[in-house]
Write a protein that binds this ligand. Structure first.
Ligand SMILES: C[S@@+](CC[C@H](N)C(=O)[O-])C[C@H]1O[C@@H](n2cnc3c(N)ncnc32)[C@H](O)[C@@H]1O
Length: 219
């Protein structure tokens, strides 16, 4: 990953929190909750803006921090689907969004995101995958047919957080076996799945905890 100094430089010069995001970040700190962070969040906002995203779907929303970044980059009327199987987190997301007058641009879907997606037809402009690591590849398979050309799938924790990329690198470099850990195996399976999909172009960026961004190039 980046040196400590490089990280400080990126942080100092990158996107800063507004008041509600500061409150969200403080809440995450206090409770040890893994939000995507301001660098990755700022990138989500940029991607939403560049795509002119009108519909966004998240697998794993917590209390709405990443969804809030998305909405900042989306045009008026753009909507985000939040999914969360922790009722309290989702209720807090709704509270934050109501305070900012954003609740009518969000669907707060309580339950397993893998079941929620079955109730949606898309099409989605941007998707965030940030739930259980061993289900990332399934999430991609579940949503890929709802993504038009130009849509993007962003997956978090490709390098750190629930995994350590040092455990995955030897697998891709020289075919060594992966540790017997479902998170590590899930991230490796995800990368193999998206990289093998000819209709998508994938880049891995050392932003936040590491993002894989897969853009649909062909239908
Ligand atoms: C890393 S946190 C999400 C953080 C959020 N994207 C952000 O940056 O603000 C992952 C969340 O996904 C939820 N989660 C994990 N698996 C899920 C599933 N299958 N369905 C719904 N929520 C899930 C967890 O309860 C947790 O709150």
């Amino acid at each position: 990953m980046l040196s400590e100094q490089a990280k400080r430089y990126v942080r100092e010069t990158g996107p800063q929190h507004d008041e509600i995001q500061r409150e969200m970040a403080a809440h995450a700190d206090e409770h040890g909750f893994p939000i995507i962070g301001p660098d990755a969040g700022g990138l989500l906002r940029s991607i939403a803006r560049m795509r002119g995203a009108e519909q966004v779907f998240e697998f794993g929303s917590g209390f709405g921090y990443s969804a809030y970044w998305f909405l900042q980059g989306m045009p008026d009327g753009g909507e985000v689907v939040l999914t969360e199987f922790d009722e309290d987190e989702l209720a807090l997301a709704e509270e934050f969004f109501e305070r900012e007058g954003l609740a009518d641009r969000a669907y707060f879907e309580y339950g397993d995101a893998m079941e929620t997606i079955e109730r949606y037809d898309g099409a989605f402009d941007v998707v965030l995958i940030d739930h259980q690591k061993h289900r990332y590849a399934d999430a991609f398979r579940a949503i890929r047919d709802q993504l038009p050309v130009g849509a993007a799938v962003v997956a978090d924790n490709i390098m750190s957080g629930a995994v350590d990329f040092h455990d995955i690198l030897p697998y891709f470099e020289s075919g060594e076996s992966l540790p017997d850990d479902e998170n590590t195996r899930g991230i490796a399976e995800y990368l193999e799945t998206v990289r093998a999909d000819d209709e998508f172009h994938t880049v891995v960026l050392p932003v936040g905890s590491g993002l894989a961004i897969s853009t649909r190039e062909r239908a």
